[in-house]
Design a protein around this ligand. Structure first.
Ligand code: ASN
Length: 329
């Protein structure tokens, strides 16, 4: 890991000066095209864009060591959304294909500054499809990423500069590894990860560096992920879920999967994962009332921008960056 610039805190706190750097204006123009391209792609696929929630009684607990933010909502503790996953399961009862540009807050541990790909305030394009399988949304994710890269190359080559030459539209289908296979590759690279744990950031970055095209890691163990991913019937303890990892060291792009939608199974998963079901009032009431199965994913907008623009640091992929521990505007 390279050393961070000593003046990172200073330069983020003085964003009103550093935001004028020429390079950043180009990044934000590319970002504008990325968002337009995704919207056009998803509308063409029959998706409806909805407005994302910002606060609510509960939010996504599966945020890898980050802390949730709680606010006082008229005497009731409310969470600021860490992801809108629970709400996606609600809205697909009304609309079968939805997406939102969803703002999320996660108070990441201080050491995430060093990964150069963590922000405490970020946005994801979060989508969900009723009755879909993992394979279907994986296929959608591949086509979406290829379309966005093609559109950006066609429309923003000037803003991309040198990166326009090295950025290529990936070949489909992307490579797929199971979590177990990813652990074997890592072991051969001299990085041991114990089965059942989340793949640490450094290991994921090393795996990403060893690839020149994006690739999927599927079927994480239930112990590493949250209760809302569907467990495989054939291999209990293994999830029907996936991450997409960018190549060239850029790391995680997408997380998603098929959802557990059956009340009893979900409560059992919560208990196994150490979650207190009584904290999930409306969500469990909704499952009791009945919702359809679904699958979906979220793709981080700033990370996609970082990858497409070939940026070293995620804080250059957002106008008003919030990085762990730095109280910037
Ligand atoms: N957006 C992800 C999903 O759809 C969840 C997350 O952000 N943790 O599964």
């Amino acid at each position: 890991m390279k050393n961070l610039p000593l003046d990172l805190s200073e330069s983020l706190r003085k964003r009103y000066l550093t935001v004028r750097n020429n390079g950043l204006a180009n990044v934000f123009k590319v970002q504008d095209e990325i968002i337009s391209s995704i919207r056009a792609f998803l509308k063409n696929e029959g998706f409806t864009e909805i407005l994302a929630p910002i606060i609510g009684p509960v939010t996504d607990p599966g945020i890898r060591g980050a802390k949730q933010v709680t606010i006082d909502y008229y005497g009731v503790p409310f969470k600021v959304m860490s992801s809108m996953i629970l709400y996606k399961q609600m809205i697909i009862t009304a609309l079968p294909k939805v997406f939102a540009l969803s703002p999320n807050i996660r108070l990441e541990p201080l050491e995430t500054v060093k990964t150069r790909r963590h922000l405490t305030e970020f946005r994801q394009i979060d989508l969900e499809v009723a009755y879909a399988t993992c394979d279907e949304v994986i296929d959608l994710g591949e086509r979406m990423l290829c379309q966005v890269i093609a559109d950006v190359k066609a429309k923003c080559c000037k803003e991309l500069g040198e990166r326009c030459k090295t950025l290529t539209v990936p070949k489909r289908p992307f490579k797929r590894y199971t979590y177990k296979e990813a652990l074997e590759i890592l072991e051969n690279m001299g990085m041991k990860v114990n089965y059942g744990e989340e793949i640490p950031w450094e290991a994921e970055e090393a795996l990403s560096k060893a690839h020149m095209e994006p690739f999927w890691i599927t079927n994480y163990p239930a112990t590493a992920r949250s209760f809302y991913y569907m467990e495989s019937e054939e291999s209990p303890g293994v999830l029907k879920d996936f991450d997409l990892v960018y190549p060239e060291g850029f790391g995680e792009a997408i997380s998603g999967g098929e959802r557990e939608y059956r009340y009893e199974r979900l409560v059992e998963r919560m208990r196994r994962g150490g979650e207190d079901p009584s904290q999930y009032g409306w969500y469990l009431d909704m499952l009791k009332a009945g919702i359809p199965p679904s699958a979906g994913f979220g793709i981080g907008v700033e990370r996609l921008t970082r990858f497409i623009c070939g940026l070293e640091n995620i804080w250059d992929a957002v106008p008003f960056p919030k990085v762990a521990g730095i109280p910037s505007p």
